[in-house]
Design a protein around this ligand. Structure first.
Ligand code: HC1
Length: 567
């Protein structure tokens, strides 16, 4: 421990931490644009400069370690003056129309530049802004890049490289023309981007955002010839409220459903319903592979960022992917067949809209292998935007329930949104179906939690089933390397985003580690409080098989619910 003094406050802090961390521990806010918890320190924006007694030069707080006896001033007149000048220089390299376009920017309301301007008391910008003149990158189905809004803080580069270990971004040019771009400026849609959208969470401005579908959704909602059904992903219900100022971890399912009805959707259904269906199909597939010497380990196939990742980096393992479509896609296929027929609605009148925490789901919906199942995909942020545009006071709405037929789900489906949740849901069902015995303890705690890679063993009728779970592509890579080197598993859950879908690229900003934890806790709470906690006990799933699909893994189920990746 070392003794320091920050802004007149005597503190004892751990040796080796940065001044920025020490200040945060003392609840002193030092502005920064390029620092992000969990990423390496870059020290490029310099906004966090502080004055250290006895030193002539100001030092960046993020890149300077505390020393015993250090006396630090974080907001002295000199520091504040330098910070304002630095800030003006940063803004000068930002979009020339930023001040005007602020109202329409994707980050209006959550722009870190604006927040810092307020924090450091910037009242005017004296420098002329430099027009980089770059064209927007609209080559991806999931993500738009607006380079003129980029302040080259490098957070997206480091997030993609260090957390996801994909590394599609680089910088080009020099001086004020410096820009973040992709290899040979090919565009995000033409490089190894997995569409996970973690770069959007890293970006402090509106330089990165999802491809918007909400304008199209408004159009279909007002088209009397269309019958618009919406599905809600597990992770949206525990994050949407944050966009309306409620605290992270608030369970908002009922208000979300009520808000969607007010927006005008004809039916409000649940992706959770097809998450239960996925368990039935995926469980059947796993048992078949185990019994018939099929390709093992079997990999889950619901995270589209992970699917894109395996296609780029581990194509030799594609046959290990479960052939099950994701719950999002299964939902679309069932809504446009079973539900349409049962409700006497012409199949071509039905429009399926998804609300997802994930940007890669937009890409998944356009994959040629399953195009047409889902028409539009809204992120959690886009849904929040629509609710605000419609003037719906969602926090004061009474909770409502999802519509019947495709809206009932088990707690096992809710936990799909958390890392380890798909595995736990599958184990609950596989155990009971294979052994014919009731599970005493439903919680598989070994596959829960924040560890990047988790393992468990479950005995099924004398066979030791070895399973593993990884979340965040950096951890996925580590697990894939273990498997490549001969480590044996039977079943593996892989999710592209840190924490699983609750940390998806379409979730409210910010999505910090602490916020992810609270969302996960909320999902487990929903599961704990449900009577129905196992997918195979969902009465509407049983009905779907009885009335339409026949048995698990039937020919019809294969036609509608399974796929093969052709990339
Ligand atoms: Fe997910 Fe899934 S859990 S992939 O993380 O299997 O996005 O929430 O909807 O499809 O159900 C995301 C979440 C989601 C699918 C389900």
């Amino acid at each position: 421990m070392v003794k320091i003094n920050i802004d007149g406050l005597d503190l004892e802090v751990r040796d080796g931490i940065s001044i920025l961390e020490a200040a945060r521990q003392a609840h002193i806010k030092i502005p920064t644009l390029c620092y992000e918890e969990g990423l390496s320190v870059y020290g490029g924006c310099r906004l966090c400069v502080v004055e250290i007694e006895g030193e002539a030069l100001l030092k960046p707080a993020c890149a300077t370690e505390v020393n015993d006896g250090m006396v630090i001033k974080t907001h002295s007149p000199k520091v504040r003056d330098v910070r304002r000048t630095l800030f003006e220089l940063i803004v000068a390299s930002h979009n020339i129309d930023c001040q005007l376009n602020c109202l329409t920017c994707s980050r209006a309301g959550s722009c870190e530049l604006r927040e810092i301007a307020e924090d450091i008391g910037v009242s005017n910008i004296r420098l002329a802004t430099y027009d980089k003149g770059y064209r927007d990158d609209r080559s991806s189905y999931s993500i738009v890049r607006e380079p003129n809004k980029c302040i080259t803080c490098g957070r997206c580069i480091r997030k993609c490289e260090e957390v996801q270990e994909v590394g599609i971004f680089t910088t080009a040019n020099r001086g004020p023309a410096t820009v973040v771009t992709t290899f040979k400026e090919k565009g995000m849609g033409n490089v190894e981007c997995t569409n996970c959208g973690q770069c959007i969470h890293a970006c402090p401005t509106g330089a990165l955002h999802e491809v918007y579908h909400y304008e199209k959704v408004w159009e279909v909602l007002h088209d009397r010839d269309k019958y618009v059904v919406v599905q809600t992903a597990p992770a949206v219900r525990v994050a949407l409220s944050e966009a309306f100022g409620l605290k992270p971890g608030t369970i908002f399912t009922g208000q979300m459903v009520a808000g969607l009805r007010r927006l005008g959707f004809d039916r409000v259904f649940d992706t959770n319903f097809t998450a239960d269906l996925t368990i039935m199909e995926e469980g059947t597939e796993l048992i078949e592979r185990l019994n018939n010497n099929g390709e093992l380990p079997m990999f889950t196939s619901c995270s589209p960022g992970w699917i894109k990742y395996i296609e780029h980096f581990y194509p030799e393992f594609i046959d290990n992917l479960s052939t099950c479509k994701s719950p999002q896609q299964m939902f679309g296929a069932i809504a446009k067949s079973y539900y349409a027929d049962k409700s006497n609605i012409p199949r071509d009148k039905i429009v399926v809209v998804s609300v997802m925490p994930c940007t890669a789901k937009k890409f998944e919906a356009r994959r040629p292998e399953m195009e047409g199942d889902v028409d539009y995909v809204l992120t959690t942020r886009e849904l929040a935007r629509m609710i605000k545009e419609a003037g719906i006071d969602i926090t004061n709405l009474n909770a409502e329930e999802h519509d019947k037929l495709m809206g009932t789900s088990s707690g096992a489906a809710d936990i799909f949104g958390a890392t380890g949740g798909v595995m736990e849901a599958a184990l609950r069902t596989a155990y009971e179906l294979v052994t014919g015995e009731k599970l005493g303890q439903l919680d598989f705690k070994n596959v829960r939690g924040e560890a990047g890679i988790k393992e468990a063993e479950v005995t099924l009728n004398g066979t030791q089933l070895k399973v593993a779970v990884a979340h965040g592509l950096g951890n996925v890579r580590k697990l894939m390397e273990l498997i490549k080197s001969g480590k044996e598993y039977h079943f593996v859950e892989l999710m592209a985003c840190p924490g699983g879908c609750i940390g998806g690229g379409g979730q409210p900003i910010p999505t910090s580690e602490d916020i992810r934890r609270k969302r996960i806790e909320a999902l487990y709470k929903i599961d704990k409080n449900k009577k129905l906690r196992k997918s195979h006990e969902n009465p509407y799933i049983k009905k779907l098989y009885q009335e339409f699909l026949d048995k698990h893994g039937s020919h019809k189920a294969h036609e509608l619910l399974h796929t093969h990746y052709i990339n």
